[in-house]
Design a protein around this ligand. Structure first.
Ligand SMILES: [Zn+2]
Length: 175
């Protein structure tokens, strides 16, 4: 057996930003199987983001940390201090009434919130998994529009409680 050799593929690197300052405090409730639904409650969510790719030949970084922080901060700020509502949940109905948003569960009027305090998310349930995916899809779009098209993977972790998190991972086709 010969020595372990690497392939001709350019070396890949991974950068991640700490979740300590990427926090959002939001309210939500999850619908379970059948007719079970959580009551409204809140979490101090924490977000971690990682991307992988080759390093730029001149700067020798995959992506400037500050770029990754700024994008993630913006995505997190958009849902901070909000009631997270999954608009694709078939068990929920939403009715706008002036400045208020009424939420029905299986057709039963259940909650009324001030509209400005709600984040309407195009997801089927506000689980940590779906929140991570939602942030991941937005992160991909932000990176693409920023011209960062050399990346090979992105990851978003959403921690709902200490030691309790979900990670969404998406492979990317680099330019
Ligand atoms: Zn919860």
């Amino acid at each position: 057996m010969g020595p372990l050799r690497r392939t001709d593929v350019q070396s890949n690197f991974r950068v991640q930003v700490s979740k300590d300052y990427l926090v959002f405090a939001s309210a939500h409730f999850i619908t379970f199987k059948g007719h079970q639904c959580e009551t409204l409650h809140g979490h101090n969510y924490r977000v971690g983001v990682a991307v992988e790719g080759t390093v730029d030949p001149e700067t020798l970084f995959v992506l400037d940390f500050s770029v990754l922080k700024q994008i993630t901060r913006r995505l997190v700020d958009a849902i901070d201090h909000k009631v997270l509502l999954p608009t694709q949940n078939p068990k929920l109905g939403f009715r706008e009434d002036g400045d208020r948003l009424a939420v029905d569960y299986f057709g039963q009027p259940t909650y009324v919130f001030p509209k400005r305090d709600c984040a309407l998310l195009p997801i089927p349930n506000s689980t940590a998994e779906m929140l991570a995916q939602h942030l991941g899809v937005q992160l991909r779009q932000e990176l693409a529009s920023g011209g960062y098209t050399h990346l090979t993977l992105l990851e978003v972790e959403v921690e709902e409680n200490y030691g309790q998190s979900a990670t969404y991972r998406e492979g990317l086709v680099p330019d």
